[in-house]
Each structure stands twice: as C-alpha cells, then as structure tokens.
Ligand binder design. Structure first.
Ligand code: FES
Ligand code: FES
Length: 147
C-alpha cells in the first residue's frame, strides 16, 4: 500500500519509500514535472511547493512526513490569487530561462496569501530563499506588487 497524500486537491498514493523526497515523488511517481530540481539540498528554492499554504522545499520533505495538503505549480491556477500571479508574471515578462520560476511563483503565492500588499522589504524577506541565476529579481518584485 502506498503513502497517502493530497496533491492539488486530489487524493493520491505515493508508491515509494517513506524517506523518498516529495520532489522525486511528484516528478517520478506522479509525472508532475512543473516542480524543478535545482540543488537537491534545500538551498535554491526551485523545488518550492506549498503544504497547507506554507512554502516548503520539496527536495527536503520525505513523503512519510508530509503534514498537510500539497499544492504544486500545476495547481496554482485553481485559485483567483494564483491566476492573478500568473497574469502578472506574463504581463511583466518576468521569465528569462524559466528554470527557477515555478518555485518563485509558489513562494510569491504563499506571500500574497498572508500579505496582499507587501512592500519591498516584505517581498525581499519572503523571496530571499529563491535563487534566480538569470537575476530576474526586479521583475519578480514588480509582478508580486501587480498581483
Ligand atoms: Fe530543493 Fe534546491 S532543489 S532547494
Ligand atoms: Fe533563469 Fe530564474 S529565470 S534561473
């Protein structure tokens, strides 16, 4: 029997060992490849997903320790707020190579859920764990404000 979880509002069972990182389980077991592997050691934020609305590094969360409902980039458009974020990202053409952006959007989503009008400082603090090697930080900040 697999390990039960809720992903994007759907009941799933992960057919893997309890110590498998959630990132691997999402990508390899569920085929949901929107969440990216960057560093694998909790340092870059590329793998950010939400668990009960909290941004977490999915490379660092074993599937045996998931303690809430998981939301991934594939589920972001289910909410009005998520759609606003996507629209702002598109209208400001935030993305360069794109590799970090799913994680950035998930972190932004968690920020806006708890603070709908963040100032620069609040944005910088909330987004500081999400690295962008293309340095899109200025556009990310503007898109968060627009959203
Ligand atoms: Fe998880 Fe970098 S891949 S933090
Ligand atoms: Fe290239 Fe962020 S857009 S790493």
């Amino acid at each position: 029997m697999g390990i039960p979880a809720v992903v994007n509002g759907r009941d799933v069972e992960f057919d893997g060992s309890a110590d498998m990182p959630l990132l691997w389980a999402l990508r390899d077991l569920l085929g949901m490849t929107g969440t990216k592997f960057g560093c694998g050691i909790g340092q870059c934020g590329a793998c950010t997903v939400l668990i009960d609305g909290r941004p977490v590094r999915s490379c660092m969360v074993p599937i045996g320790e998931i303690d809430g409902a998981v939301t991934t980039i594939e589920g972001i458009s289910a909410t009005e707020e998520g759609r606003r974020i996507q629209k702002a990202w598109l209208s400001l053409e935030v993305v360069q190579c794109g590799y970090c952006q799913c994680g950035q959007i998930m972190a932004a989503s968690a920020l806006l859920a708890r603070n709908p009008n963040p100032d620069d400082r609040a944005i910088d603090i909330a987004m500081s764990g999400n690295i962008c090697r293309c340095c899109t930080y200025v556009r990310i900040r503007e898109a968060i404000k627009e959203a």
